[in-house]
Ligand binder design. Structure first.
Ligand SMILES: [Zn+2]
Length: 262
């Protein structure tokens, strides 16, 4: 699995034991003059011999997550797109709908309770959003897709850009279960102070945290309090602005090896 440095934004590329290729989010630029898809993401995937993605998973439609994905959908072969139920209209949503229609790409719309089976021993459980508990505050972020990758003993939680409102619902729903508990956490909302509350981290108990964050970004991401909370949990932190691309290899026993990719 590779947590890719796309500047501002999140992007994870997974190669499964049966060689299925999965892309979760695809970064994006906040300025119109830099096409992350064309200049960073497509060359990155082609370099790894990947011109076909079995699954593209979109956490939400903000440009820093989906900007590069639109180009990927246009230029590479994509088997399936997984997207959560959308509760707000946006320009990116229309772009997305146009391109999947034009290229006849299969779209699976999921919400809490869906299991996405990828192959034997490897699946995602969708924990959020929930159409019975739609959050109106910062709706696109707070109703982002939260899913947990499960491969034998290994677990990783993808949180998109959810904020404390959705974290609180997840906490109350899953506080007496191990549903949120994960070896690796893709830290919500680039380590923003809006997210990663202590109670949420106490349930996830991550050994490793990944933060996708642009160097010297204008948002103050990641927030120092969030970093402190993660450190207090004994979590090892990797961030794309300091570490660049991060690779995580998991063997069949669930043992994790992390490497900074040079
Ligand atoms: Zn974001």
């Amino acid at each position: 699995m590779y947590f890719v440095d796309v500047g501002q934004g999140d992007c994870t590329f997974i190669i499964t034991p049966q060689n299925k290729k999965i892309l979760i989010d695809g970064g994006g630029s906040l300025t119109d003059d830099f096409d992350v898809g064309k200049k960073t993401l497509i060359p990155y995937l082609l370099d790894r011999g990947c011109n076909l993605l079995d699954y593209v998973i979109i956490s939400h439609l903000d440009t820093d997550h989906v900007g590069g994905i639109i180009t990927v959908l246009e230029e590479l072969k994509v088997g399936n797109v997984i997207i959560s139920k959308q509760f707000e209209d946006s320009e990116n949503y229309h772009k997305f709908l146009d391109i999947v229609k034009e290229k006849n790409i299969k779209v699976n719309v999921v919400e809490a309770g869906t299991r996405i089976n990828i192959e034997e021993n490897l699946y995602f459980d969708v924990l959020w959003p929930n159409s019975k508990q739609v959050i109106s505050k910062n709706s696109i972020n707070n109703n982002a897709l939260v899913c947990k990758l499960i491969y034998k003993n290994f677990t990783m939680l993808f949180t998109g850009d959810i904020e404390k409102e959705s974290e609180n619902i997840l906490i109350s729903q899953y506080s007496n279960t191990d549903k949120l508990r994960s070896n690796v956490l893709k830290v919500a909302h680039h380590g923003s102070k809006t997210s990663s509350t202590q109670n949420f981290l106490d349930l996830v108990k991550p050994k490793i945290a990944l933060i996708g964050v642009g160097e010297n970004n204008n948002f103050g991401h990641p927030n120092q309090e969030v970093i402190k909370r993660l450190k207090n949990c004994g979590t090892k932190i990797f961030r794309t602005d300091k570490n660049g691309e991060i690779s995580i290899k998991v063997n069949s026993k669930g043992i994790i090896k992390t490497n900074k990719v040079i």
